[in-house]
Design a protein around this ligand. Sequence first.
Ligand SMILES: [Zn+2]
Length: 328
Amino acid sequence: MAWEVRSRNGIWLPQIEWHLDAHRPARRAIITHAHSDHVARHGEAICTSRTARLIAARGASPGQKVRNLDFNESVAITPMATAKLVPAGHVLGSAQVLIEHSDFGRLLYTGDFKTRPSRTVENCARPAADVLIMETTFARPHYVFPPAEKTMQRAIAFCRDTLAAGEIPVLLGYSLGRSQEILSHLAGAGLDIMLHPRVEAVTRVYEEIGYSFPSYTSLAPLMASGHVIIAPQQALKSELFEAISPIRTAVLTGWALDEQTHYRSRTDAAFPLSDHADYPELLAFVEAVQPQRIFTVHGFATEFAADLRSRGWDAWALGRTNQLELGF
Ligand SMILES: [Zn+2]
């Protein structure tokens, strides 16, 4: 008897009738973290207490019946299976799902994850499992992220140059996770910082949980001159930004390792800061988990599964491409 794994509204495990990271409302789903593409209002939902707080702070709800777990706390999800959430190192509260079934063995689903330690996230766990379902967003050999300190030194230099030129530097990153990491790295840089309201709301939750940051104020467009602004990228098009000029923008994203990223994102600069695992981390993670079978999802899933097979692993991409690969 082996685990059955399908790509349907997130990951669907038909034998136990639970979804993982369903993006549409499902009867029963485990939510790995609070990024909006992983959250929907389910019948029954399981997530970490931290993720639940972040979902609430963003004005959403994980489900009608919600079970909040601490990391490593085990809960029965069927008479035959238990689930445990272990840290994923992606954003605050983010979890991998470890399911133990008395017939099928241990299944680990990484959700979005990163093994490099960072300032504002719990350290990623690497439990052993029989079946591994892993995200492969940056699963190509050229994605090797430089240390965050080095990247943020470049971002800080960009801010100083921009201020010296009489312009307002705007650092762009997701309001949950990336922004707090950016803010944390600005400590000691002697810059005056303003946060976009969406970034500020999430940062407050981090502070309530015990993380500390350099001081900041709320984004006030008419007072913005002389400040560094941290904002989500979509906010640039909002009314709030109409009164803020002249600005110089930098996006912080893993995609910055690809040339042209700042053209494509229509920003003045791009720096490689990511909350996902890079290629060497993905390979090292597989070695640590030692699974008998691997399923890949997101990004370069097909390519990475083939890469893993060439290294002797039993690995397959989940989804439609998989069927082509298997020759169905
Ligand atoms: Zn995410």
